[in-house]
Write a protein that binds this ligand. Structure first.
Ligand code: SF4
Length: 362
């Protein structure tokens, strides 16, 4: 396999020890920093970041794994649509295993449902073109990182006059849930903000968190040195009492973000109230397809009334997504719930907090 040269630089032990000792030297206040990106959750476990920090700093994992925060009602709806005649469900890989109220797409596929895994929304369009007599539904999940690709796909589908393709949107945006956590009284002294999301959105959207709640936000990369450096920047802000939005991931994130991707998202989607696993409905935290593209809206093409149902007995995924509890607090963790046989969504996705804890701590 070809070696990526810069990786070694960001994992260099001398560099990591140096950043760690700087954090130890200046950290006085007891703080809780939350990472709101599943990629960061995974990296924190993989690189043993917690072990490099002083006891004054606690890291909380937040609601940044798109599969984990997808509501059960959405899975139930996807299953109901997939059970209809002449429908093909297309989805990203992880979602297929997420439990709904009584089944999962994987189990339904075993029962004969036509569920196909794709790597992009465009793949679903190809399937629609190859199957003109069937309705192809793409399950659009994820944050501002995947939403632009969904938007572009819908624009292309409209341009080409495709009539048998639609998207069931569970796309979400980050800022409302970050504010919701603070409103719920969860003690967060700093956010490690998602690098990939911010590469699209830019950094202005974090300003209200600083202005309204005086909580620092540092946009972080995903390597060990990136995350440790972001924590150092957060500690400096906390200790000096000067909260602001800061970009650690400068090699990728620009303050204005990717304006073309933002424009495509605005063209196709409008903000909407959205259910999140563990949180319930958060106002304006989701993306609905605009009227101009309504023929591609699976919610309108397949109008269904659905009822939310509780999480599986014993699963504390909701509290884990809020940083209130850790995977090890769950009595099912690594016993009844494993990546091979997951009980809750946090164990399904490779970016889920429970899956990360299982992979690196058991
Ligand atoms: S270990 Fe499994 S059952 Fe427990 S919270 Fe995580 S996903 Fe839910």
């Amino acid at each position: 396999m070809k070696k990526i040269p810069y990786i070694d630089v960001y994992r260099d032990q001398t560099l990591l020890k140096d950043i760690s000792s700087r954090i130890h030297a200046i950290s006085k206040k007891e703080v809780q920093f939350m990472e709101v990106c599943g990629g960061h959750t995974m990296a924190i476990h993989q690189f043993g970041i917690r072990q490099m920090l002083p006891p004054t700093i606690k890291l909380l994992s937040g609601p940044g794994c798109p599969v984990c925060v997808t509501s059960r009602i959405y899975i139930d709806k996807a299953i109901r649509i997939g059970q209809m005649k002449d429908v093909i469900i297309t989805t990203y890989g992880d979602l297929i295993r997420v439990p709904g109220s009584s089944s999962s797409l994987e189990r339904e596929r075993g029962n004969g449902m036509d569920v196909r895994m794709v790597y992009s929304a465009m793949d679903a369009v190809v399937i629609a073109r190859e199957n003109p007599t069937r309705q192809v539904v793409f399950l659009g999940i994820g944050f501002e990182t995947t939403a632009p690709a969904s938007a572009i796909t819908i624009i292309e589908a409209k341009k080409s006059g495709l009539v048998n393709f639609s998207l069931l949107s569970a796309h979400k945006v980050m800022p409302p849930v970050m504010q919701q956590l603070i409103h719920e009284g969860i003690r967060i002294n700093g956010y490690i903000a998602p690098g990939h999301v911010s590469a699209i959105t830019g950094t202005r959207m974090y300003q209200p968190i600083v202005e309204n709640f005086h909580i620092p936000v540092v946009v972080s990369g995903f390597e060990a040195a990136d995350i440790l450096h972001s924590i150092l920047l957060l500690v400096r802000q906390v200790e000096s009492g000067t909260p602001r939005v800061e970009v650690q991931y400068k090699r990728v994130v620009k303050s204005e973000g990717n304006t073309i991707a933002q424009e495509r998202m605005r063209q196709v989607f409008s903000p909407a109230d959205e259910p999140w696993r563990g949180f319930g409905v958060i106002p304006e935290s989701g993306l609905r397809i605009r009227k101009a593209f309504s023929t591609f809206d699976a919610d309108l093409r397949f109008p269904l009334k659905m009822k939310e149902s509780p999480e599986p007995k014993g699963c504390i995924c909701g509290n884990i997504l809020k940083g209130l509890q850790a995977p090890a607090d769950c009595r099912l963790f690594a016993k009844k719930c494993t990546p091979d046989d997951p009980v809750g969504a946090c164990m399904v996705s490779s970016e889920g907090a429970c899956a990360a804890a299982y992979k690196y701590a058991t």
